[in-house]
Design a protein around this ligand. Structure first.
Ligand SMILES: Nc1ncnc2c1ncn2[C@@H]1O[C@H](COP(=O)(O)OP(=O)(O)OP(=O)(O)O)[C@@H](O)[C@H]1O
Length: 517
């Protein structure tokens, strides 16, 4: 479970602080919403939020020029409040607070470093691997300004992960700090595309340009690139939950404008909690509410998209459902032919792309046209997840398509079994996957991490107790016929459970399941 920690929050923040629903584009104001006042005061009603959301995508768009520079101008003219553009605080209480003017000043210098000192051209790729220090945001803006394509990576990546990302992306420039620079140096010789290495550090390091020093050399005059809306802005590597991470390319409009959904229809204060990235067990929601008095609002999205669906302000929360489709997306449950299924039936979760492809959908998996094409069926982009829509239009997550278990003719979503298991006080967390069975083909197997109080209990007894428990809280055929206790579950760097790893462990070399997976 992730409590609202999103790499895209910079864009959300800057768009959120706009009081009007407008984005300035080369002197013209773009109406973000069709509402009479142009500034919907209160989106407490989901239906009115969907009705009023209407973004017209301009031909050219650049977040740095069309949003940040406009705020800078307003700030200089005293036409906006003194809210900072960026306010950063670390664990030791150190703070950095930049106005839009300061953000503009530093980012223009950094843009000049990228262009003049590093000879990077529009379209060149920049791999950024830094913890969330202010410079992380500066590089974001400098890349927007220069039209270079930002590829962010978490600082928890291993040398192998970094090597894969650099080779796959062909990045020309890497930017990191002194903790990670030695790791990058170990793989640099295998990554011939790198022409520049920039270091954020007070110290010098052989082979690395010092970012702060270079910024001191260049001017703060920079004309922002007039990028096309559909031009590449960033490439995210997916989490790698199901296989090796895919390069997911977003354009200046799909992110720069698309993320208005996330920014505008969320809550402004920390007293509201949002969870995204993995399904959240209803039990966790109840517990959270009991301990904090707060509800958790769920958001469902992918690297390929912005927020696809969510429990928006004013909507009742149905624990176990991730809410309704976001404005801007028509989300449906479709069958194998791409036809929309009736409500209540399980199928593939898809986003309608015909006749109009939502502008906030990714462009492609870079360099993988076939893989990109595989995501589309009929009029829909397929998310790769299985789900269901209820009578009220709420969407329910069943599992990733690859994770669904077929046992003796039944289709079983792992999430429901995991939800049942976590209700038992012995279970700290669990992951449910398929396991081979000579009679049923495959059966449900649960890998369970026990809570401290249960660690020394007799395992045989505990297995029976957990099986009986699942049979009583959900349909009996879903109970895990096999249970294995483990110390921890395999996870991605962002904390998502890698069921694929457990499944591989179960199926070993048995090819039939491997092919299906
Ligand atoms: N609220 C949610 N409930 C259930 N699942 C969610 C939710 N939010 C996100 N997800 C899951 O996360 C996926 C998107 O995650 P991401 O784009 O990071 O890539 P990944 O699918 O985890 O990794 P990879 O594509 O590399 O295997 C969704 O397709 C869905 O399976």
């Amino acid at each position: 479970m992730t409590l609202y920690v999103r790499r895209k929050s910079f864009f959300n923040h800057c768009l959120k602080i706009s009081k009007k629903n407008e984005v300035h584009e080369g002197g013209r104001w773009l109406q973000m919403c069709r509402s009479k006042t142009s500034a919907p005061k209160n989106f407490c009603d989901y239906e009115s939020m969907r009705r009023t959301y209407n973004i017209r995508v301009p031909q050219r768009f650049n977040f740095a020029k069309d949003v940040l520079e406009q705020w800078e101008t307003k700030e200089k003219k005293g036409q906006r409040s003194s809210l900072p553009a960026l306010w950063w605080v670390n664990d030791s209480g150190e703070e950095v607070r930049w106005s839009f003017e300061e953000l503009g000043f530093h980012s223009r210098r950094l843009a000049n470093v990228l262009h003049q000192e590093c000879s990077l051209e529009r379209g060149d790729r920049v791999f950024l691997i830094l913890p969330r220090v202010p410079e992380w945001w500066l590089v974001n803006v400098a890349c927007l300004r220069t039209g270079t394509v930002l590829i962010p990576g978490t600082s928890q990546l291993t040398a192998r992960d970094i090597c894969h990302r650099l080779q796959a992306s062909g990045a020309k420039c890497v930017i990191t700090d002194e903790t990670l620079a030695p790791l990058l140096d170990t793989v640099a010789s295998d990554c011939p595309s790198i022409s520049t290495k920039l270091l954020l550090s007070h110290r010098a390091m052989h082979g690395w340009g010092n970012l702060s020093e270079l910024m001191g050399k260049v001017s703060d005059d920079h004309v922002c690139m007039d990028t096309r809306s559909d031009e590449a802005m960033t490439i995210f590597f997916t989490s790698g939950t199901t296989g090796s991470p895919k390069m997911t390319q977003h354009s200046h409009c799909s992110y720069g404008l698309g993320l208005t959904v996330n920014g505008r229809f969320m809550f402004k204060a920390l007293e509201h909690c949002l969870c995204a990235g993995e399904p959240i067990n209803p039990e966790v929601m109840w517990k959270w509410k009991e301990l904090t008095g707060l509800d958790i609002y769920e958001g469902y999205g992918q690297t390929e998209t912005v927020l696809i669906a969510g429990t928006f302000k004013g909507m009742k929360i149905k624990p176990g459902s991730f809410g309704k489709a976001s404005p801007g997306y028509d989300v449906q449950v479709v069958d194998e032919d791409g036809s929309v299924l009736p409500r209540g039936q399980e199928g593939d979760l898809g986003i309608r792309v015909k006749p109009d492809r939502p502008f906030s959908l990714f462009t492609e998996y870079t360099g993988e046209p076939e893989r990109t094409a595989e995501c589309f069926r009929g009029d829909f982009y397929l998310t790769g997840d299985r789900g269901m829509m209820d009578d009220e239009g709420y969407l329910w997550f069943i599992g990733r398509a690859d994770d669904v278990i077929l046992s003796a003719g039944y289709r079983i979503g792992p999430f429901e079994v995991e939800n049942a298991l976590i209700e038992h006080s012995a279970v700290a967390e669990s992951a449910v996957v398929s396991s081979p069975d000579p009679v049923r083909g495959e059966v449900v197997k649960a890998f369970v991490v026990l809570t401290a109080d249960y660690k020394s209990r007799d395992h045989k007894e505990l297995i029976q107790e957990l099986q009986t428990h699942v049979k009583t809280v959900t349909a009996p055929y879903k109970y895990p016929r096999k249970i294995e206790f483990v110390d921890h579950l395999p996870k991605t760097v962002s904390g998502k459970i890698r069921r694929v790893e457990l499944r591989k462990k179960e199926w070993g070399q048995q090819t039939s399941k491997q092919i299906w997976k």
